[in-house]
Design a protein around this ligand. Structure first.
Ligand SMILES: NC(=O)c1ccc[n+]([C@@H]2O[C@H](COP(=O)([O-])OP(=O)(O)OC[C@H]3O[C@@H](n4cnc5c(N)ncnc54)[C@H](OP(=O)(O)O)[C@@H]3O)[C@@H](O)[C@H]2O)c1
Length: 307
């Protein structure tokens, strides 16, 4: 298979989206425990443009993308729970390509009721699950504020928190309020027309997926003894101590989070929404620009690679 070449997007130098080059690369070979998949769709995440700009670094050249859906083509040694021809989705490092290998344990059978695009948009759920439950220990009856309730992570966090029996408050643009309410938020705060902190009574938990000024203004909203979870940067221990709360970076991605989220997706108890689909693979730059510039919509951006 090494002699067969496929198309992939590669980055050879950090910079703008013009660094995303469509190239021919050899088909990767699955090692022990790995699965080779034909990728149908890749999720497009903010981390993709952050790494491309060099804000986080990877050895160059690299293929961008961290999650995908597709069809199993070959199994590495020791993989017994997947079958060639099976539709799967999950964590795939280097997913902007026609074919990639991934650890078998991080791929799950694609639920029949989800399209390949929707399955490729599900990754925010494991991030949200890890933050809410592994780190935040969110429980039934607690009040939680979720920033960016219409975003790739936020729209799944709202569903997970609602499903766990929490009272969910979320921020979003006014045009997304109906969508975020439909996911389970009891209150949706339009963060653009008035400061959100003037519109919300204190909560037990804040999940911040925005950072910057939003993080700075969130400490005051957490009840004493509560927790502020941030996915964008390390919160300030001094500000947390002054407010009498805990504030932590909550970006864990445990295998357990993936397994728990898969069960919920499979039972259709949570659902990923697709903000916009870009196709074909050569439109990767447009997809990353849309993500970086905050293109409108609800849910996750997806790059469609193969019909
Ligand atoms: N640490 C980790 O493990 C991890 C994992 C995943 C993501 N992240 C980070 O989490 C952040 C969010 O990721 P994502 O995939 O959810 O991003 P995203 O889908 O690009 O989020 C965009 C959303 O943010 C909303 N938004 C923008 N500014 C806002 C503000 N000031 N207040 C409230 N909402 C605002 C927009 O909603 P409206 O249109 O409604 O304004 C839009 O829906 C990124 O920085 C990402 O890098 C971290």
């Amino acid at each position: 298979m090494k002699d067969i070449h496929i198309q992939a997007i590669r980055v050879h130098a950090y910079g703008g989206s013009d660094q995303l080059r469509l190239e021919e690369v050899p088909v990767p070979v699955p090692g022990p425990g790995e699965v080779l998949i034909n990728i149908v769709a890749s999720g497009v995440n903010p981390i993709d443009w952050k790494v491309r700009e060099g804000l986080m670094q990877k050895p160059l050249p690299y293929i961008p993308g961290v999650e995908a859906s597709g069809v199993v083509v070959a199994l590495g040694e020791g993989v017994t729970d997947k079958k060639v021809g099976q539709a799967v989705y999950g964590a795939v490092d280097g997913s902007y390509t026609a074919c990639a290998v991934a650890p078998g344990e991080r791929l799950f059978p694609k639920p029949l009721h989800l399209s390949f695009e929707e399955a490729a948009a599900a990754g925010g759920a494991k991030t949200a699950w890890g933050a809410l439950f592994d780190v935040g220990q969110l429980t039934k009856g607690q009040r939680i504020l979720i920033h960016a309730g219409a975003g790739g992570v936020g729209h799944l966090a709202v569903q997970l928190a609602y499903h766990a029996g929490a009272y969910v408050i979320a921020t979003s643009a006014a045009e997304n309020a109906g969508f975020v309410k439909s996911l389970g938020a009891s209150e949706v705060i339009d963060y653009k027309t008035a400061p959100f902190e003037t519109q919300i009574a204190p909560v037990d938990v804040v999940l911040d997926t925005v950072g910057g000024d939003t993080l700075e203004r969130s400490y005051q909203l957490v009840k004493p003894g509560g927790i502020l979870l941030c996915l964008v940067k390390e919160p300030s221990p001094e500000k947390a101590a002054a407010a009498g709360i805990r504030a932590v970076w909550a970006g864990t991605k445990t295998l357990r989070a993936m397994q728990e989220v898969h069960k919920l997706l499979d039972k259709d108890l949570i659902r990923p929404y697709v903000r916009k689909v870009f196709a074909p693979l050569s439109s990767a730059a447009a997809a990353q620009d849309y993500s970086q510039l905050g293109g409108p919509g609800k849910g996750k951006i997806v790059l469609k690679i193969e019909e």
